[in-house]
Design a protein around this ligand. Sequence first.
Ligand code: PXL
Length: 273
Amino acid sequence: MLSKRILTMQDLSCVGQCSLTVALPVLSAMGVEACVLPTAVLSNHTMFEKWSCLDLTEEVRKIMKIWKENSFKFDAFYLGYLGSAPLMDIARECFKDFSADGAKVIIDPAFGDNGKLYPAFDGQYVEEMKKLIKSADIILPNLTEACYLCGADYKENASVEYTEEVIKKLSAHTDAVIVLTGAERNGEIGEIIYSDGKFSYVWDKKLPVRFHGTGDIFAAAFTAEYLDTGSLDKACAVAGRLVAESIKATEPEHRYGVNFEYALRRGTYRQSK
Ligand code: PXL
């Protein structure tokens, strides 16, 4: 049986589960063949006080040259935290050179949260991401990223109505389906999906804690489920359940990421309610 071959392009953070240390196990457990293009190696993610970062842009160029000679093709591309702006031109080259027929491009902008950019990023990174999302089939921004990408004001505890305004504004910048993650409405958390000019929603009970790295778990699981079923709703529901079950299995005050290993092993996130 052939599984989908996907290329995921993001950093490798050696400690603090996010990016590739999340994407690889989640994609594999969900039956997708995962190939990687590591864009940077960090000592740990940047929510710890200190970190080191080796940018791999030059190595990525070398890898892609050899891949071209080997005629590699991928059924989908899933991009997360890249680390530096020049990698976005390279990502576009990747889509051009390595797409199998009908290949999908799924981009999690992964540059900020809670109204702020992550420490390693600046306006230039956002400007390049604005251009890159024009090449996407699906984007997975949170409200912070959506606001930065279209110049809207970020509001804490934004209403669904305001979030939809932001999404509409963002839709002027890309034809991609927009799956806005981490939307909230009275006691619930979920996704607002904007596709073909229409909104739809996937809601679940909101848990009282927030952890780092859950966006990356969501994006990886969303990608695997979407490639398998082609359903945006199902992909959101399954990915949301994996995140929720991972959070429930995690001790409070845990900066290393959530216990997604437990949730993956248990497997109940794949069953519909
Ligand atoms: O989870 C997003 C992410 C990925 N990679 C690195 C990060 C972060 C968020 O802070 O620092 C290195």
